[in-house]
Every structure is written in structure tokens, then in C-alpha cells.
Design a protein around this ligand. Structure first.
Ligand SMILES: *[C@@H]1O[C@H](CO)[C@@H](O)[C@H](O)[C@H]1NC(C)=O
Ligand SMILES: *[C@@H]1O[C@H](CO)[C@@H](O)[C@H](O)[C@H]1NC(C)=O
Length: 299
């Protein structure tokens, strides 16, 4: 049976996801009240149908919330209020998946809104950028053990163009998809921040130290040097966003080790200040990357 999937979304991620679903033949609804003409046009081009909240809560098999994190809770609240005033006239299961980059505490409070309802709640996270060309991000889902059937249905969205995976197994519950996203980002963005920190520190000792660092990495850790040349340039335009993300990860880790991520938040703040300021740190990082690329080529 063709599922009816509501994608309540903003931005490139939501648009790309809706497009994947419609391309696979799913019926996709969205909620466009108060959105710009341009957004409506994009939705129409993607074959997405504009619907009211009432239609969405009545007709959907799935609701995917893909929003800026600050809007995640209020959308869930509006959906549960809508359902309380207009109960569904069908006994088909409704699955609500919160796919937003919210922390564990927030996703637990969102899931709490659905506790007394017949809606099954999936804590989902998206790892990777918006769907584009041959790239598809992965959607991980985790649920309360009582909702394991809903998790299977969520994973079944792979038949409709999404890459989905179950985060199940020992101890799995609501909050784990969010925890996975933070752990993954803590490693990938943390490594980039660590490398930028040491490039800046080496250079401030002397430019010769930075040169020697390149040589030594080239010789003994070439895969790290290569990673640095790929990821440092990609990080620069995103540094401003990563400040808040590192602070969230610090909260997630907690304890003394959480301070590692407060330090990385400062690093990303420093990078951002350099971008809007004198650009000195940015030049150091870019020169290091260029020199490292040359060295890796054997120049
Ligand atoms: C979780 O996110 C909320 C909303 O952004 C914030 O108020 C809260 O302090 C965060 N809690 C933790 C433990 O990170
Ligand atoms: C860097 O590593 C490459 C590949 O192993 C090698 O060809 C090159 O000679 C190295 N450069 C230096 C300066 O060590």
C-alpha cells in the first residue's frame, strides 16, 4: 500500500527528503501555512501536496519532522493538540518521527507529548547532508521497546527512497538516535577541531614548526594529513554553526571530559571571529592545507 507521508520541513534537507519520497511514488503532504511563495513553488515542483494540520493528522501514516531544532517541540505540541481536539477517524497507526538535531533531554520531552496518545514515536537522526544526486543521508531510528513494530515500519521507508537503519538491540530506547548523532559528530567534527587547534598552535610557535608538523605527519600519519586537507576547508564556512553544536555535545558528554567540547566550541568561535575579522587564522589554516596537499603529492 502506498503510504501517506507528511514531511513538515524547512530547508534543503526537508525539500530533498520530500523529493526522494515523491520520486519513489509515495504520497507526500506538507504544511505550508505562513511560508514564502518560493517555498510553495519548490514544494509544488517536488510533487508535494499542501495540507492543513487536520488533514495531516487524519490522513498520514507517517509524520516526519525535519526542522530547525528550536521548532521541534512546538510542532509536536501542535500535532498532539490537533489530535486531542480531532481524534483520528481511522485505526491505522500513525508514526511520528522527530528527525531533528535536538538533544536527548529535548527528544525525551517531545516523546512525552505522545505518551497518552495512540501515536507511535520514533526518535530519528539524520547523518549526512541533504539527498542530492547519488548521495543519501542515513536515517537512524530508535523507539521505546513497546513501539518496536513502528520502528520496523519506519525502517520500511527504505522502499520509498530513504536510507533507513534501526538503532535497536541491547538497551535501545528513545534518546539513542540523538545520542548516536552527537557521538558521531563529536568524533568527526571533534577531530577536525583538534587538528585545527594544533595547526594554529604549531604555527604560533613558528612557521617552521608548522612545516615540520606537515613533514612528520606526511611520513608517519599520512591518512591523518589527508583527512585534514579534506575536512579543514569544508569546516571553515560552517564554523559558526559548530560552536553551538560543540556546546551541546559538551552537555551530552558531561563531567570533566565534556570540557573537551567546550574547548572545541571556543576553537570554532575563534575560526568564525577570524572569518569576520582580520582573517589571520584562516590564512594560517589555508596555507597549511595547501602545503600539506603538495607534500602528500610528493612535491
Ligand atoms: C537541550 O536542549 C534544550 C533546548 O535547546 C536546552 O534548553 C537544554 O539546556 C539542553 N540540555 C542539555 C542537557 O544539553
Ligand atoms: C610525503 O609522502 C609521500 C607519499 O608517501 C612521499 O612520496 C613524499 O616523498 C613525502 N614527502 C616528504 C617531504 O617526506
Amino acid at each position: 500500500m502506498t503510504p501517506i507521508i507528511s514531511v513538515i520541513a524547512a530547508g534543503a534537507m526537508g525539500g530533498g527528503v520530500a523529493r526522494r519520497l515523491t520520486d519513489s511514488g509515495a504520497t507526500v503532504l506538507t504544511y505550508l501555512e505562513g511560508r514564502s511563495e518560493q517555498t510553495r513553488k519548490r514544494a509544488q515542483e517536488a510533487g508535494v501536496l499542501d495540507a492543513s494540520l487536520e488533514e495531516i493528522t487524519q490522513r498520514s501514516d507517517f509524520i516526519l519532522s525535519i526542522l530547525p531544532p528550536r521548532d521541534a517541540f512546538s510542532l509536536a505540541q501542535r500535532i498532539t493538540q490537533q489530535l486531542a481536539s480531532h481524534p483520528r477517524a481511522t485505526d491505522r497507526q500513525l508514526i511520528y518521527a522527530d528527525c531533528n538535531a535536538v538533544n536527548v533531554t529535548t527528544v525525551k520531552s517531545i516523546s512525552g507529548l505522545f505518551e497518552e496518545t495512540s501515536v507511535a514515536f520514533v526518535d530519528a537522526c539524520i547523518i549526512g547532508g541533504p539527498p542530492k544526486g547519488s548521495h543519501d543521508p542515513v536515517f537512524y531510528g530508535s523507539v521505546h521497546p513497546k513501539d518496536i513494530e513502528a520502528l520496523r515500519s519506519f525502517v520500511g521507508l527504505s522502499a520509498w527512497g530513504l536510507r533507513t537503519k534501526a538503532l535497536d538491540g541491547e538497551g535501545a530506547n528513545i534518546g539513542d538516535a540523538s545520542a548516536l548523532k552527537m557521538s558521531y559528530a563529536g568524533i568527526s567534527k571533534g577531530l577536525t577541531g583538534l587538528m585545527a587547534t594544533m595547526v594554529l598552535a604549531a604555527h604560533s610557535s613558528s612557521p617552521a614548526t608548522a612545516e615540520a608538523l606537515i613533514s612528520e605527519l606526511n611520513e608517519s600519519q599520512p591518512e591523518l594529513l589527508h583527512r585534514l586537507t579534506v575536512h579543514l576547508p569544508r569546516m571553515l564556512p560552517k564554523a559558526y554553526r559548530w560552536v553551538g553544536e560543540m556546546e551541546e555535545i559538551a552537555e551530552f558528554v558531561g563531567g570533566g571530559e565534556g570540557e573537551i567540547y567546550r574547548g572545541l566550541a571556543k576553537l570554532y568561535g575563534r575560526v568564525e571571529n577570524s572569518i569576520i575579522g582580520d582573517g589571520n587564522d584562516i590564512r594560517v589554516l589555508e596555507q597549511f592545507v595547501n602545503a600539506a596537499e603538495e607534500r602528500l603529492k610528493g612535491a
